[in-house]
Design a protein around this ligand. Structure first.
Ligand code: FES
Ligand code: MG
Length: 591
């Protein structure tokens, strides 16, 4: 449906402003200088940004450099003019101290590009973990018509005849290395085997999660999230995405029309069904807050916890990205949920102008071992719980990855099968952990709970993916494969540990984690979702007094200007790790 006339296009203010010929001339001449014509810039064609996240620094998204050619073809075919816009690189595995620090930097940069230049719509090239939320957040703030395009997962990795999934295979191999079963050379061979082609991580880590959720929110064409990067369909959907954004501009379909509260509720449910990463609440809460949509970790438990796990992908299951796509991808998952009446808002609008139900109702899976029916799920109640107590106000736990062995060891007290208590062993950051974990003097045994603090947004900064701590090697050799872990940092979505993560407030904000000492008893109770230090209130109050008097929980000095600004402005994980005041700026392109 056409709502916008050529004279209403935002880019006209730059390229065809009859009230200011002088500025029009200035804007025009420079965009002509590499070969664009006046006809392209002045005849009322929408100017479409391709927000380019691919680069040599960002191998996961690098294939977008190729795909952008097909996006351009689609934009031109539909009567638009494409302009490629570089986005600050975010490579999950390459950026020190952590890629998470750069999500908000890429967000700020893209907001300025989309706001300050003659752009009528944008294709968001998403993929590697933080690229997806960074671009969705920017689209939310600027609120010009936007459509997302995944780069797609890598092909399946194989090692010794088995599927070798990104990240997951490394968590397993590091245990084999620590136990002396493989050497350094074999360790690196296993890692390389998991990355056989262009694309993002092929496991259900944060990348597959966030790309699936971008589709679940309605921001991608149906089926787009799961198509592997090298497949021909990836190029074809790039072309369709380019065509579609031009129509979205004429129809004035904006991010705020699509990413509504209903869309986020759908996404939470779909996150449980796919077995999505514990990073998802941080990112979706962040995107929602930039749209003014209320969303918090209580919503994740209330809407998501009881949803069954349907997608059989590593780390919770056995398959990888190619299998997910062939089995039907997100639309097939949605079809299962729809049929069972579990999708809360089948009528939510998506970028192709159809609803979730229109797009997905008839998309049955072709392999019900990869995408299970609701009647035979991999697991019931696969969503997150939101734990609270004197240790923190909010922390996420993915109960679906609790293994049978873990359950037997820690959740098997017949009087209290859903609770465990242990002696806390506290680490101040990942370096402290690596330094002490294998030291027998720590006397770590299977009655211990490992605690990582100083690893949150301010502590690290950006929040380190370090909470999934392996037990000491002497325990691994005795067959103890996992200990309960708690922390104010994050955990890689490719890890299968049942950790208690993203705790807020983090230690530098003087929360309960900052008051904890090695040797304290800690109790986790999944009956009432509580997490407490078993120490008297008086004792905790006096520890807090001492901490404040000593100048608070120590954090390392910032190494770059951005680290300092980030620490000064960042909000806790449960608030989406957004920057203070940034969420005040909404719908800025219309102002
Ligand atoms: Fe980029 Fe996993 S490291 S997607
Ligand atoms: Mg990660």
């Amino acid at each position: 449906m056409t709502k916008i006339r050529p004279e209403d296009l935002r880019s006209r203010k730059w390229f065809n402003n009859p009230e200011n010929l002088e500025m029009t001339a200035l804007y025009l001449e420079r965009y002509l200088n590499y070969g664009l014509t006046r006809e392209e810039l002045q005849s009322g064609k929408p100017i479409i940004a391709i927000a380019q996240t691919g680069s040599d620094l960002s191998p996961c998204n690098r294939h977008h450099i190729e795909l952008a050619k097909r996006v351009r073809d689609g934009i031109i075919a539909a009567g638009g003019v494409p302009l490629e816009v570089p986005v600050h690189p975010i490579q999950e595995t390459g950026k020190r101290p952590t890629a998470s620090l750069d999500r908000n930097l890429a967000y700020l940069g893209l907001v300025e590009s989309l706001f300050g230049y003659p752009l009528d719509g944008v294709v968001l090239t998403i993929g590697c973990d933080k690229t997806t939320p960074a671009l969705l957040m920017a689209a939310a703030t600027v609120n010009i018509p936007a459509i997302a395009l995944s780069v797609g997962p890598m092909l399946n990795g194989w090692f010794e005849g088995e599927r070798a999934g990104s990240g997951t295979v490394i968590w397993k191999a590091r245990e084999r290395l620590a136990a002396g079963e493989i050497d350094n050379e074999q360790f690196l061979e296993i890692a390389a085997a998991s990355a056989p082609s262009v694309g993002y991580c092929n496991t259900m880590g944060t990348a597959t999660t966030m790309n699936s959720l971008a589709e679940a929110l309605g921001m991608q064409l149906p089926g787009s999230a799961a198509i592997p990067a090298p497949y021909r369909e990836r190029g074809q959907i790039s072309y369709e995405t380019g065509k579609r954004i031009v129509d979205m501009v004429w129809g004035d379909v904006r991010p705020s029309d699509i990413m509504t509260r209903e869309a986020f509720e759908n996404a939470i449910v779909i996150n449980s069904a796919i077995g999505g990463s514990t990073n998802a609440p941080i990112h979706l809460n962040g995107v929602a807050s930039h749209l003014g949509v209320p969303l918090d970790n209580d919503d994740w438990q209330a809407l998501g916890h009881d949803i069954p796990l349907l997608v059989n992908l590593q780390p919770a299951g056995k398959y990888l990205g190619e299998d997910y796509h062939r089995a039907g991808g997100v639309p097939a998952v949605v079809a299962e949920l729809l049929q069972a009446g579990l999708l809360p808002h089948p009528g939510a609008l998506t970028v192709n102008g159809q609803t979730m139900a229109d797009n997905c109702a008839l998309r049955r899976t072709s392999n019900d071992d990869v995408i299970k029916p609701v009647s035979d799920p991999l697991m019931q109640s696969a969503g997150f719980v939101n734990l609270k107590g004197n240790l923190f106000d909010s922390a996420i736990m993915k109960t679906s990855v609790i293994s049978e062995a873990f359950r037997k060891t820690y959740l098997s007290n017949p009087d209290d099968p859903n609770a465990f208590e242990g002696r806390a062993v506290v680490f101040d950051g990942p370096e402290d952990y690596h330094h002490r974990i294998d030291d027998p003097a720590e006397e770590i045994d299977e009655n211990c709970i490992l605690v990582m603090r100083g690893a949150g947004p301010k502590g690290y900064p950006g929040g380190a993916e370090v909470v999934n701590m392996r037990p000491p090697s002497y325990l691994l050799k005795q067959g103890v494969g996992a200990l309960p872990c708690i922390g104010d940092g994050r955990q890689s979505g490719t890890s299968g540990s049942p950790s208690i993560l993203n705790a807020a407030p983090e230690a530098p904000d003087n929360g309960g984690l900052a008051l904890l000492r090695t040797g304290d008893r800690v109790r986790i109770d999944l009956n009432d979702f509580s997490a407490n230090i078993l120490v008297s209130e008086e004792e905790l109050a006096s520890r807090l007094e001492g901490l404040v008097a000593a100048g608070g929980f120590p954090i390392p000095v910032s190494q770059t200007p951005w680290q300092q600004y980030f620490r000064e402005l960042v909000q806790p994980f449960d608030k989406g790790m957004t920057l203070r005041d940034a969420t005040k700026y909404q719908d800025v392109a219309r102002k």
